[in-house]
Ligand binder design. Structure first.
Ligand code: SAM
Ligand code: SF4
Length: 456
């Protein structure tokens, strides 16, 4: 087994956090101005920001917002989780699916996968994140069959065009099968990078810290070049976790020439049979600071927020760094058709997709259901190059407009039909490249006439 210190050295992280305590104002100003160059920050720089009190938070948020705006623009990419099986052999302290919970478990049949997928398509979704517990019955062949069922399912004019997957750490052979099944991103969260805490809160095969930490390496070996990292905030000191998450990202970047495609920043939520006496609970202000600091430290890594968070937190987070979000979510297998089954945790944002869209349109954000990069083969390094060349506005903006137009045609309420086109027209006028702008206009007409799935 490889040495975990290749990825992160706990001692070193604690040392940095110690020597960057009480940073002078000039130091912070220097780091904030370095961040504006969008070349990222060192762990040392991040240590200073993490140790800074609240005095400079407005400046931090302003720069995070600016970076978000310059790289990702106004778009917000939408997805929904699809819980496929709640059977789990692990006993993670924080999770409602843990083994100690005696509640009845559910594993979807392929017919149920199809039904749930149709419901999600009819909500307007094009992109799903599959969630499974770890269990002998959740075999890789079952996972692959589920992905195939989803890609085959159609409803009205819609279909799911990108399936991301969140399954327990596994071996290279299984990851190869996932790659072959056509997944978008493979997401796996370390939960906590602090080894002692990790061992304390886990029981079962997942308690193997190394298995979890090197899972993305095995995914890369299997040819998956879009991976997502994450921390479950609330298990250990968030300052340590942010440093470790960044160390992990830097390690992948150095070793494979491409960093993680996304970071997820879940905070622990109440869940059935879960004891929530958490000494490291992250408050709302610190949570936003985490997002802003990550935005400065790795400007080109997408950042995901889920419906664990309330609408108010989410609204603030969108401004300072988040580029992808779930909407209208259920956290139980079969949860989109039957609300009574065991869920993994409680959600904080109960709005349906239509209400959510209405609110973000009021903030002049552009909803995107785009799945183009992955289907055009712009993954891993190729995606990063596109992002770094500032091409997001020439590809992602028109693709957001085209996919939102499909939503308006096929799923929108009268309210969205009224609000949506104004926001769309505004951003259409802001596409930098003239040819792409005029081609987008032509494609919008084609969508009105009934064509679907047009993208750059
Ligand atoms: N079972 C797989 C695993 O553990 O890697 C798949 C992921 S699990 C279905 C999705 C994620 O939900 C976990 O990685 C964890 O971070 C998060 N989670 C678990 N319990 C939670 C809770 N009570 N509140 C918020 N997030 C939770
Ligand atoms: Fe199982 Fe994942 Fe929940 Fe742990 S977090 S109990 S592995 S579903």
């Amino acid at each position: 087994m490889a040495d975990t210190r290749e990825i992160l050295n706990e001692r070193e992280i604690f040392d940095i956090l110690e020597r960057t305590k009480s940073p002078p104002k000039e130091k912070i100003e220097k780091i904030l101005s370095k961040a504006q160059k969008k070349k990222g920050l060192s762990l040392e720089d991040v240590g200073y920001l993490l140790n800074d009190g609240d005095k400079n938070t407005p400046a931090l948020f302003e720069i995070a917002g600016k970076i978000k705006q310059e790289i990702y623009g106004e778009r917000l990419v939408l997805f929904a989780p699809l819980y496929v099986s709640s059977f789990c052999v692990n006993d993670c302290d924080y999770c409602g699916f843990h083994k100690r919970n005696p509640a009845t478990r559910k594993k979807l049949t392929q017919k149920e996968v199809e039904d749930e997928t149709k419901t999600l398509i009819d909500m307007g979704h094009k992109r799903l994140l599959l969630e499974f517990g770890e269990h002998p019955s959740n075999t890789i062949d079952y996972v692959v069959e589920t992905i195939k069922t989803i890609y085959k399912t159609k409803s009205g004019n819609g279909e799911i065009r990108r399936v991301n997957v969140n399954i327990a750490a596994t071996d290279v052979e299984d990851y190869r099968k996932l790659k072959k099944a056509g997944i978008g991103t493979y997401q796996l969260f370390q939960e906590t990078y602090h080894k002692e805490t990790y061992k304390k809160v886990h029981n079962g095969p997942k308690a193997d810290y190394e298995r979890q930490l090197f899972a993305h390496d095995r995914a890369f070996k299997a040819g998956i070049d879009d991976v997502g990292l994450g921390v479950l905030f609330g298990l250990y000191d968030w300052r340590f976790e942010v440093m470790a998450l960044l160390a992990h990202a830097k390690y992948l970047d150095k070793k494979y020439g491409v960093g993680p495609h996304t970071f997820s920043v879940p905070r622990i939520q109440p869940a059935d049979t879960v004891d929530l006496s958490l000494p490291y609970r992250v408050n709302d202000d610190d949570f936003l600071k985490i997002i802003a600091i990550l935005r400065l430290a790795v400007p080109y890594t997408g950042m995901i927020i889920s419906t664990r968070e309330t609408s108010e937190s989410r609204r603030k987070a969108f401004k300072i760094g988040i580029s992808q979000t779930s909407s209208g979510s259920a956290t139980s297998p079969g949860g989109y058709s039957n609300k009574k089954v065991l869920g993994q945790f409680e959600i904080g944002d109960q709005r349906n997709v239509g209400q959510f869209l209405s609110d973000i349109l009021d903030d002049n954000l552009l909803p995107s259901f785009c799945t183009a990069c992955y289907r055009r083969g712009r993954t891993g390094k190729d995606f990063m190059e596109l992002a770094k060349l500032g091409n997001i506005h020439n590809f992602c903006r028109p693709n957001a407009i085209l996919t939102f137009k499909e939503y308006i045609e096929d799923y929108a309420s009268p309210e969205i039909k009224e609000k949506g086109p104004k926001v769309m027209d505004y951003y259409l006028s802001k596409i930098p490249n003239k040819n792409i702008k005029s081609e987008t206009k032509k494609r919008l007409e084609r969508i009105e006439k009934g064509e679907r799935d047009l993208y750059f």
